[in-house]
Design a protein around this ligand. Structure first.
Ligand code: RIB
Ligand code: CA
Length: 345
């Protein structure tokens, strides 16, 4: 492998200098990520997947209200970093509530505390937390223009505020990956609403309207149709590692809840292990993961009695939007499984 510096392939240079291939390997440019999360169980899966990827650097993690309160999302994110021995990664305090919508959480699914209500006997110190998530996100991208991939697995409040604070922020991003929204008006929270978009429809509208960088969306239907067999989940959690034992504990509540009739009804496609947020993260770090997608203009409904928060897909081009999002359709499931397995090694 090699990388290019000032137009010269490093391998050639290292070969001329007699360096080993390890040096050219170490020169390989790392993918720079900034994560925006509402750490619940699948956010934890996404974070652990990113930490296990050798060529990924996480510049920072901003937390947002969503699955649980902002305070819990912050604590949960630190807990995930601690089990991965990565408390060096900065965690920032973001928005505690949506821009306009009534606040909602998903405690029945993720547990009241967002991580399966599993007590933590030795919690990381909250002194590690940093303030001003949106400013930190803007700063990290300003310092790495064109190099940062933003992965959003929470309600989009922080991202909405970021573009209001700095209208040029999206232009400096390499790409934006979102877990959220829907393409067939299938809801998991309201009749027609996916949680992240329904939790802050105004923020989702602003993001889909103002972020004109390459934008990739892992929707609710997409994640359901690419869910994994429960037998894989059993093998995944049975790995003899501290990370697997941690994930087995925090995901137990969610796995029990999913088997109930109420949640079976909301499932799209065959019932299976749906690691929602991990699909967006995996696509962001592995260019070969998504095997089928479509480019189409999208927006978010803000008014409908039943449809507020629903993602609107403009196949007819009537909205005359220049910017089109890439809607993921299919992934290479074997690659995805391997990335999940690596996340808990
Ligand atoms: O609808 C699924 C999304 O809502 C995921 O991001 C999950 O963590 C919740 O935030
Ligand atoms: Ca999430």
């Amino acid at each position: 492998m090699s990388c290019w510096i000032a137009g010269v392939q490093v391998q050639q240079v290292s070969h001329q200098l007699g360096s080993s291939s390890q040096e050219s390997e170490s020169c390989r440019m790392k993918k720079k990520l900034f994560l925006d999360v509402d750490t619940g169980v699948d956010d934890a899966q996404a974070i652990m997947m990113a930490l296990a990827a050798p060529d990924v650097e996480i510049l920072g993690i901003s937390c947002c209200h969503g699955n649980t309160s902002l305070e819990n999302a912050l604590k949960n994110t630190l807990r995930v970093l601690k089990v991965c021995n990565r408390l060096d990664i900065p965690v920032y305090r973001g928005c505690a509530e949506p821009m306009l919508a009534r606040q909602r959480h998903a405690g029945d699914f993720h547990g009241k505390d967002g991580l399966g209500d599993v007590p933590d006997p030795d919690p990381p110190s909250l002194d590690l937390l940093k303030k001003k998530a949106v400013q930190a996100m803007i700063k990290a991208v300003r310092e790495n223009p064109g190099e940062v991939t933003l992965v959003a697995t929470a309600p989009l409040t922080n991202l909405g505020v970021a573009v209001l604070l700095d209208p040029n922020f999206p232009k400096k991003l390499k790409a934006l990956y979102i877990m959220g929204g829907n393409t067939e008006s299938r809801g998991n929270t309201t009749v027609c609403g996916e949680f992240n978009f329904v939790a802050d429809p105004e923020a989702a509208y602003i993001v889909l309207d103002r972020y004109t960088c390459p934008t990739y969306i892992a929707t609710w239907e997409f994640s359901g149709r690419n869910s994994l067999p429960w037998s894989f989940c059993d093998d995944w959690l049975a790995q003899d590692t501290d990370k697997a034992r941690f994930m087995e504990k925090i995901s137990r509540h969610t796995r029990e809840v999913i088997q109930t009739e109420r949640y079976q009804k909301e499932m799209v496609g065959k019932s299976g292990f749906n690691a929602c947020d991990a699909y967006a993260l995996a696509a962001a770090i592995d260019d070969g993961l998504v095997t089928e997608s479509e480019e189409v203009a999208v927006t978010v409904e803000l008014e409908g009695t039943y449809t507020r928060g629903m993602m609107v897909v403009d196949y007819m081009g009537l909205l005359k939007k220049k910017h089109k999002a890439v809607i993921m359709k299919k992934v290479d499931l074997e690659r995805f499984k391997q990335m999940l397995m690596n996340a808990l090694k």
